[in-house]
Design a protein. Structure first.
Length: 146
């Protein structure tokens, strides 16, 4: 009797665990569909559900940040980008987005620090860093002239 109970318990745990994993991916994929269709409220809800199932899903935090960028809620955008980087420190898209926020805030030292990190992890978006550094170079001389 004891062996049967253990087997049933293990079987139940295996099914439950796999359904949580599937639920997490399913919510993220559904959120991605809504995001592509520009249904940002629905997408936000799906990404938040994905995070409930898997709090370490850096992609859900990244897409929440993208939604908040569209909605021009910089504080929430930045919070989600920082969470993305806590989970996945080499996420070049999150680093790039944080660099853009720092540039808007005229926080040039943060832009330079993030740029140094970005250079180390850059694989796909390397040209974007060059663009931001050019903008920074054009702004800093004007700042020193004052």
């Amino acid at each position: 009797m004891n062996k049967i109970f253990k087997f049933i318990l293990l079987f139940y745990l295996a099914i439950t665990t796999s359904s949580f994993s599937y639920g997490d991916r399913n919510f993220f994929n559904k959120g991605l569909e809504f995001f592509k269709d520009k249904k940002y409220d629905d997408a936000r809800l799906m990404f938040e559900r994905s995070i409930v199932f898997n709090p370490k899903d850096s992609n859900s935090y990244l897409y929440l940040a993208k939604i908040y960028k569209i909605e021009e809620d910089q504080k929430k955008e930045e919070k989600n980008l920082e969470t993305t980087l806590l989970i996945e420190p080499d996420n070049e898209e999150a680093i790039l987005m944080l660099m853009q926020i720092a540039l808007k805030r005229s926080n040039y030292s943060k832009v330079k620090n993030l740029s140094n990190t970005f250079i180390k992890v850059c694989k796909k978006l390397c040209k974007e860093n060059e663009s931001i550094l050019e903008t920074l170079a054009n702004i800093e001389p004007k700042k020193n002239e004052s």
